[in-house]
Design a protein around this ligand. Structure first.
Ligand SMILES: [Cu+2]
Length: 315
């Protein structure tokens, strides 16, 4: 029966390779982790423009801190083995057979179990506790920010544009996503036609935009500045061109902007012409939307999604 002492005893004559590898590896791992945490972490994507982005950045940094020692151990071991155990001229002998080493086996199982279970617990906690996922949680989110002071923004995807609707400002619409700093935003993401995905990378928010679905996502902007919104679900010919821009502005600037747009769209009659605010829309019953889809299909030659395209041959 193999005991932990047996192989160690036979190797007594030589140096303690395990300890040597550990002593080479330890300073490398410590230096790498310090560099990752203090030098790299502040610059990691997606940045800290919002609460969800900051949580994602933190998660990535923690992952890197956990992975670097593993990677460095593999490299240290490989380098040590290459230098000390490579074939030497004239040495035709096989290495000694190893029949189980309880200490190495226990260490291996213990360390890998701790790493995997640790990541499992960390990932689950990070997904649920700070709600930092920044992803669509469906129409009935299990988590909500503990404040009722939220700005509601409806994100409407359609081939091939995003429109942002502000129900707290009379349902006015904008093709630029303007958000106030330090206030929770409640996104309601939906689509008028095919499946799209609302991806505000710097905000750390990505939520599916599906027709007939109200997909809710939360985030709190924490830095002023501009960001880009990109469709992240292949949605047809011009999917790659389906993007526009957003700005995080001060709360005062936001109020001025939103009230200004609402007043302008009231005066011009746009608000009266828009369909009433609703969590989802049916383009087949909204005349102006249905007509524009037929027009787009006529231009691109795509098949009519809701209305068959007009046959150019038959009058
Ligand atoms: Cu799209």
């Amino acid at each position: 029966m193999a005991t932990p002492e047996a192989p160690a005893a036979s190797a007594k004559a030589g140096p303690n390779h395990g300890l040597r590898i550990f002593l080479f590896w330890l300073p490398l791992a410590v230096i790498a982790d310090l560099l990752i945490w203090f030098a790299w972490y502040p610059h990691m994507p997606p940045g800290r423009m919002s609460s969800s982005a900051a949580h994602q950045q933190f998660d990535i940094a923690v992952m890197a801190v956990m992975c670097a020692p593993v990677l460095l151990f593999v490299w240290t071991y490989a380098a040590y083995a290459l230098i000390n155990w490579h074939h030497r001229a004239g040495d035709e002998e096989d290495g000694p057979p190893i029949h189980g080493n309880a200490r190495i086996q226990a260490t291996w199982i213990g360390v890998t179990a701790v790493i995997v279970l640790g990541l499992f617990v960390f990932g689950t906690v990070e997904l649920i506790v700070p709600a930092g996922a920044g992803a669509g949680e469906g129409p009935a989110p299990i988590w909500q920010p503990n404040t009722s002071n939220r700005l509601e923004v409806q994100v409407i995807g359609q081939q091939w544009a995003f429109t942002y609707r502000y129900p707290q400002f009379g349902g006015m619409e904008s093709s630029t996503l303007v958000l106030p700093n330090n206030r929770w935003v409640e996104f309601h993401v939906t689509s008028l036609d095919v499946i799209h995905s609302f991806w505000a990378y710097k905000l750390g928010v990505k939520a599916d935009a599906n027709p007939g679905v109200d997909n809710v996502a939360y985030t709190e902007p924490q830095q002023l500045g501009a960001f880009r919104v990109q469709c992240n679900e292949l949605c047809g010919l011009w999917h790659g061109a389906m993007f526009n821009f957003g700005h995080v502005v001060t709360q005062t600037a936001f109020q001025t902007w939103a009230r200004g747009v609402q007043a302008k769209q009231t005066r011009s009659g746009i608000l009266a012409a828009l369909p009433p605010y609703s969590l989802t829309y049916d383009p087949t019953v909204i005349r102006q939307l249905g007509e524009s889809i037929v027009k787009i299909d006529g231009i691109t030659g795509g098949a009519g999604y809701y209305y068959p395209p007009q046959d150019p041959v038959t009058p």
